[in-house]
Design a protein around this ligand. Structure first.
Ligand code: ATP
Ligand code: LTN
Length: 337
C-alpha cells in the first residue's frame, strides 16, 4: 500500500442480517472503488450497534455476515484493511477523551439522535446512543483519515468530527487530520420503495420498502415491481414531483453503470411497468452472485477469521500510535516499570 495515498476510513453497523441497497449504493460501492486509490480502512462497527438492544448471538452472527458481505461486495484484504471495531480497543479509549471535549448541547443537536430517541422513548434511549457520534469521531480521527465515504445521512456526524478535530488541535497542538466527507450526490439517499419520502433504512423501513441484499432475489425483484410510483406515466427524474420513479432511476443507473439521462431516453414513451421489469432483472443479475459469494465466505469461517485477525492487527498498529500521542498530549502519565 503506497504511503503517499490519501487515507479513507468508513464503517457500517451489524444491526441486521443483511445490508440493503441504500447501504451498498450510498456507501459500500464507494469503499470498493476507493481501495484502488486510497490507503483504505473499513470496519464493522459493533460498538455502535450496541447503542440499541441487541441479542448477543445475533450481534455476533451479524458481525460475521457484515464482514462477509463487505468481501463479497469486492473489498480485497490485499488492497485495504477490513476489521471489526471491537477488535481494536483504541476506539473506545479515544472516544472517552473526545467525550470530554464535546459539549452536552452540541451532542444534543445531532438529528439522528433526536429522531431515534423520539421513536424509542426516553427510557429506552441509552447514553451510548447519545454519544454515538463522538465514538464515530474517534473511529475517524484514530486513523487520521483524509476522507470518509458515507451516505448523506452522516453529514452532520462528519461535521462534528471536524469540529472536534479542530478543537483538539487548537487546545493540545496539531494532532488530528481534519477529514472531509465523501458523499456521492446521486446516491446519497436511496429511499424506501413504499414511502419515497424517507430513506431506506435497516431499522425503520417496512419489509416491502427495503431491498435486503441477502433476501431471496426473486422476492427483491418483486418488491421493485411493486414499488410505489405516481399516477403519471412519463419516466422522468423529478425528486419532488416524482420521488418514486426518481429513486428507481437512481438505483437503475448505479447498478447498470449508466446515467439517469440515458435511461430517460431509453424509456421514452414506455410505461413504468417496462422500467420496473428491466430494473428487477438488473437487480437479480447483480444480487444473485453477491449472495453466493457472501455464502462462500460464511461457509469458510477459518478464512474469514484470519482476514479479520490480520485486519485488526493492521488497524491496531495505526490506532495505537495515534492514541499514544493523544494520551501524551492530554497529560496522562506513561506507565513505566
Ligand atoms: P439505520 O437506518 O438503522 O440507522 P442504516 O440502514 O442507515 O441503519 P448504517 O449501518 O447506519 O445503516 O449505515 C451504513 C452506511 O450506509 C452509511 O454510510 C449510511 O450513510 C449509508 N446509508 C444508509 N442508508 C442509506 C440510504 N438509504 N441511502 C444512501 N446511503 C445510506
Ligand atoms: N454512523 C455510521 C456508522 C459509522 C461510521 C463510522 C461511518 C460508525 N463509525 C466511521 C464512517 C466512519 C452510520 O452509518 N450510521
Amino acid at each position: 500500500m503506497a504511503l503517499d495515498r490519501p487515507r479513507v476510513l468508513s464503517g457500517i453497523q451489524p444491526t441486521s442480517g443483511s445490508f440493503h441497497l441504500g447501504n451498498y449504493l450510498g456507501a459500500v460501492r464507494q469503499w470498493v472503488a476507493q481501495q484502488e486509490t486510497h490507503d483504505a480502512f473499513y470496519m464493522v462497527v459493533d460498538l455502535h450497534a450496541l447503542t440499541v438492544v441487541q441479542d448477543a448471538e445475533a450481534l455476533r452472527a451479524n458481525a460475521r455476515i457484515a464482514a462477509a458481505q463487505l468481501l463479497a461486495a469486492g473489498l480485497d484484504p490485499e488492497r485495504c484493511t477490513v476489521f471489526i471495531q471491537s477488535h481494536v480497543p483504541e476506539h473506545a479509549q479515544l472516544a472517552w477523551v473526545l467525550n470530554c471535549l464535546t459539549g452536552f448541547g452540541e451532542a444534543s443537536r445531532m438529528t439522528q439522535f433526536k429522531d431515534k430517541s423520539v421513536k424509542q422513548g426516553a427510557d429506552r434511549t441509552t447514553v451510548g446512543l447519545f454519544t454515538y457520534p463522538v465514538l464515530m469521531a474517534a473511529d475517524i480521527l484514530l486513523y487520521r483519515s483524509d476522507a470518509v465515504p458515507v451516505g448523506g445521512d452522516q453529514r452532520q456526524h462528519l461535521e462534528l468530527t471536524r469540529v472536534l478535530a479542530e478543537r483538539f488541535n487548537a487546545r493540545y497542538g496539531e494532532t488530528f487530520t481534519v477529514p472531509d466527507a465523501f458523499i456521492v450526490p446521486e446516491t446519497a439517499r436511496i429511499t424506501d420503495l413504499q414511502d419515497p419520502s424517507v430513506k431506506m433504512s435497516k431499522s425503520a423501513s417496512t419489509p416491502k420498502g427495503i431491498v435486503n441484499l441477502l433476501d431471496e432475489p426473486r422476492s427483491s425483484a418483486k418488491k421493485i415491481r411493486s414499488a410505489v410510483t405516481d399516477t403519471d406515466t412519463v419516466i422522468r427524474y423529478d425528486e419532488e414531483k416524482k420521488p418514486g420513479i426518481s429513486n428507481l432511476l437512481t438505483i437503475y443507473a448505479s447498478l447498470a453503470d449508466t446515467t439517469v439521462a440515458e435511461l430517460e431516453q431509453r424509456y421514452e414513451g414506455k410505461g413504468y411497468g417496462a422500467l420496473k421489469t428491466d430494473l428487477a432483472d438488473v437487480l437479480l443479475d447483480w444480487v444473485t452472485p453477491f449472495r453466493d459469494r457472501t455464502r462462500e465466505y460464511l461457509d469458510d469461517p477459518g478464512t474469514l477469521n484470519s482476514i479479520l485477525a490480520q485486519g485488526a492487527e493492521k488497524a491496531r498498529a495505526v490506532a495505537a500510535e495515534t492514541l499514544a500521542l493523544v494520551y501524551e498530549r492530554v497529560g496522562f502519565l506513561t506507565a513505566k516499570h
